[in-house]
Design a protein around this ligand. Structure first.
Ligand code: DAH
Length: 343
């Protein structure tokens, strides 16, 4: 009997050791079954109790109970320990490290054409211009007729166009906004710019696109002169190119202005000395303009004796290509980050 008692003590020690070494739940369950289950040594010892005296039975029974309780305690403690380890590991792996640098948000850049338009709006609104808009699907009336380009006028051909029906087309320039604003303003002074898309049936190549952008300018009032046009353009060009630049007029023809001018700006790269950008001339051809034709003023309800106006039309692509030395207009439209991020 004393043997059994002793054996349980020894078993308890080895159980303690083995249980403390268990690696997982499975190990624990196996160990528990080995020490307390039907086929355990404990079970055998209990079975042999039948042959013992009542006293010894009692003594051994007590010992066996203690043994069982102890083993269960070891197992439960170990189970708890394993569980805590598991939770610790999980927390460690899932933890959010608040000291990690945040993921950078990739912010896009504005297309250089948009940047140019914003620069124009910026300098012009600073001089008191309002920014107007007009429809891209335009009536022949505004696109041509009211701009002194009656049906059959040869100048219409230069803007060979996308027609929707006989009297509707994709606007070929932003000039129809002149007519719309004149009609809307009912004889009052005007000072507007209108940036926007225009369309022409062109063969697309490095310098032509069937869709491009312009910015129209129109100033109407009393005593408005060519000098005002020049001063305004000097201001605009100096702002866009970032240094004080001269502007020169060459005679030209547009049906909606009289006189009409082609406007050159001093080359911002060589300031007139001649370089590869201005092809040696010292000047860059930039835009068209002139004094609003009295016919346009009259057709739109203005007293052309009392009021004069100047107008201009700038090609946004050309201006931007000049400014940044871009050689292919198609780059603006292909949405390539590598291109856009340079500006
Ligand atoms: N509308 C002209 C074009 O697209 C550009 C232009 C020239 C606009 C002279 C004007 C102007 O307002 O006065 O070719």
């Amino acid at each position: 009997m004393g043997e059994n008692n002793n054996e349980l003590d020894i078993l308890k020690e080895s159980a303690k050791e083995e249980i403390s070494n268990a690696q997982n739940e499975q190990d624990l369950n196996n160990l528990k079954a080995n020490y307390l289950g039907k086929k355990s040594r404990l079970s055998e010892i209990m079975a042999s109790m039948r042959e013992l005296s009542i006293e010894k039975k009692k003594e051994l029974g007590q010992k066996a109970n203690e043994f069982r309780t102890k083993i269960e305690e070891f197992v439960e403690n170990k189970r708890q320990e394993l569980l805590e380890k598991l939770i610790d590991a999980k927390l460690k792996n899932d933890a959010i490290d608040v000291t990690m640098p945040a993921k950078k948000f990739k912010t896009g850049k504005l297309n250089p054409l948009t940047q140019t338009i914003r620069e124009l709006e910026d300098v012009c609104t600073g001089m008191g211009f309002m920014v107007e808009e007009g429809p891209e699907v335009e009536e022949d009336l505004y696109n041509f007729e009211l701009l002194n380009l009656p049906k059959g006028h040869p100048a219409r051909e230069m803007q060979d166009s996308f027609y929707i029906d006989e009297n509707t087309l994709l606007r070929t320039h932003t000039s129809p906004v002149q007519a719309r604003t004149l009609l809307k303003s009912k004889g009052q002074p005007i000072k507007i710019i209108c940036p926007g898309k225009v369309y022409r049936r062109d063969n697309d190549d490095a310098t032509h696109s069937h869709q491009f952008m312009q910015c129209e300018g129109l100033v109407v009032g009393e005593n408005v002169t060519m000098a005002d046009l020049k001063g305004t353009l000097v201001k605009i060009c100096s702002h866009v190119f970032g240094s004080d630049l001269r502007v020169r007029f060459r005679p030209s023809f547009f049906p909606f202005t009289e006189p009409s001018v082609e406007v050159d700006v001093e080359c911002f790269k060589c300031h007139g000395d001649g370089c590869n950008l201005c092809k040696g001339s010292g000047w860059i051809e930039l835009l068209g303009g002139g004094m609003v034709h009295p016919n346009v003023l009259k057709m739109c309800g203005y007293d052309s004796e009392k009021y004069q106006g100047f107008a201009f039309g700038i090609g946004i692509e050309r201006l931007t290509m000049m400014k940044y030395g871009i050689d292919d207009v198609r780059n603006f439209y292909i949405d390539d980050e590598r291109f856009i991020n340079q500006f």
